[in-house]
Ligand binder design. Structure first.
Ligand code: SAM
Length: 338
């Protein structure tokens, strides 16, 4: 099934909660948030039913995310449910790692394929200041536990923010190498939630490459997979690093990702204004075929190029002001699922 720009419906990100136990300045900088009502959150059975419908339409890759997905009780139970759909060949998890050491083995046994762990800094004091969390040690334990459990290949996401952690690029490469993980440098994006975003805090892909080249010598690009968000590069010693350049080099033309919020809104683009209300369809007793038809129609009509349009915007600043985020929490990054 292809959208109007020829992009297949293959990859679904499922947010299992909008709650998070960190307050990263680029994602959840406020003191107060409007949370999704508890009764609106999809049950595991509802998520599993939707996964079956999406799988029937061609989705073969899932990523569980949030908010912080490990805050959702019994997450391994969900993994074992959705693992039963034969068409799904890859189930990944994006997590901040704080609770990972507790669940890594159970998740593996339930059928999770691999994890991506957010690690913006190797300095506990910086994490405390920037993300209001004192649990840096737990994140490192989580990385070790993921490795022991075989949740590999492990990727480490680092959102690079000028003046915060951009002096740690080399440290992260070295840390990742030591832990058999692959670092993903992510350009700071003006997604909903990033209310303090400004272009001068963005460290571009080119600048990241220049800094790596200065340290390690010539860097060779690796052929990009058809639909991968990250561009990958090999350093002279063979170490591979990835860069996700959504801000300065958007890849909308090859973006096959859609997102299901924890309350069942299906968004076709990270920047999408509206989505399809699948919770309503589920709870009003619609049969699978009818829900599948709605999904098919939305995907066929999909024209979204959110990051490209943002890149063309003159005088680019924060995407939303606080009032509009409060009016519709679906605009928040932590609700959409990163
Ligand atoms: N809580 C989990 C975590 O920390 O990985 C999953 C959700 S989080 C929203 C998913 C990813 O989005 C994280 O790697 C986070 O760093 C990234 N992210 C959040 N806000 C961002 C922004 N403004 N620009 C770039 N990446 C962002």
């Amino acid at each position: 099934m292809r959208d109007s720009l020829g992009r297949p419906l293959k990859s679904l990100r499922i947010s299992v909660t909008d709650r998070c136990n960190m307050r990263c300045r680029y994602c959840m900088p406020e003191q107060e948030y409007a949370w999704l009502p508890r009764e609106s959150i999809l049950s595991f059975e509802e998520i599993d039913r939707l996964v079956g419908i999406f799988a029937g339409l061609g989705v073969d890759r899932l990523r569980l995310t949030g908010g912080e997905p490990l805050l959702r009780h019994e997450l391994p139970t969900l993994v074992s449910l959705i693992r039963r759909h034969g068409q799904i060949r890859d189930i990944a998890l994006t997590t901040n790692g704080i609770l990972l050491s507790r669940y890594a083995e159970q998740l593996r046994q339930a059928g999770l394929s691999r994890v991506t762990i957010s690690l913006d800094t190797l300095r506990p004091d910086r994490m405390l200041e920037f993300a209001r969390s004192a649990r840096h040690g737990d994140v490192l334990d989580g990385i070790a536990a993921a490795r022991r459990a075989g949740l590999t290949p492990i990727k480490l996401n680092m959102v690079v923010v000028r003046g915060y952690n951009d002096d740690e690029l080399i440290d992260l490469v070295e840390f990742a190498r030591l832990h058999c993980a692959e670092v993903r440098f992510i350009e700071y994006m003006d997604v909903g939630g990033a209310t303090d975003w400004s272009l001068n805090q963005v460290v571009s892909k080119q600048e990241i490459l220049d800094r790596l080249e200065h340290e390690y010598g010539p860097i060779v690009p690796i052929d990009r997979g058809d639909w991968a968000p990250a561009e990958r590069f090999t350093l002279e010693d063979g170490t591979v690093v990835g860069i996700i350049a959504s801000t300065t080099a958007p890849f909308c033309r090859t973006c096959d990702r859609s997102r299901l919020t924890a309350d069942g809104t299906w968004l076709l683009c990270l920047y999408g204004e509206t989505g399809l209300d699948l919770r309503q369809a589920l709870r009003s007793g619609a049969p699978d075929e009818e829900i599948a038809r709605g999904i098919q129609q939305s995907w066929s009509a999909r024209r979204d190029r959110g990051a490209e349009l943002r890149a063309e915007a003159p005088q680019r600043g924060a995407l939303y002001q606080l009032e509009s985020l409060r009016a519709d929490p679906h605009r928040e990054m932590h609700t959409r699922g990163g």
